[in-house]
Design a protein. Structure first.
Length: 116
């Protein structure tokens, strides 16, 4: 015959707080597992907060690095835009000279009597 399983009784810790006049006694009773649970919860809470803090610090550092990179890229972009503008002006001058050379060529051909 098997023995019946006994129900495990919850163990408690009791604190008695006695005031100076000893007329009122306050009793606080809590399960013995409560301090362990609270300690584990506190450790988990601190670990999560440390992880979030570390992550936000890394994010902040990477943001500042990327911000510096963006500033550098904006400066390079502005310089390249100025160079493009200068090259566009030069291109416009070359096109104008080419048109004038084409007109001169047409006049020369007309004077010489050459037809295309």
């Amino acid at each position: 015959m098997k023995k019946a399983k006994k129900k495990k009784r919850m163990e408690y810790t009791t604190f008695k707080i006695i005031t100076g006049d000893e007329k009122s006694v306050k009793t606080i009773r809590y399960p013995r597992k409560l301090p362990k649970i609270l300690l584990i919860s506190l450790v988990i809470f601190i670990a999560i907060n440390l992880g979030i803090t570390y992550g936000s610090v890394l994010l902040s550092k990477s943001y500042l690095i990327n911000l510096d990179n963006i500033d550098h890229l904006e400066a390079v972009s502005n310089q390249q835009q100025q160079e493009i503008n200068v090259l566009n002006e030069i291109t416009a001058e070359v096109r104008e000279k080419l048109r004038s050379l084409e007109k001169i060529e047409a006049k020369v051909k007309e004077m010489v009597g050459i037809e295309d």
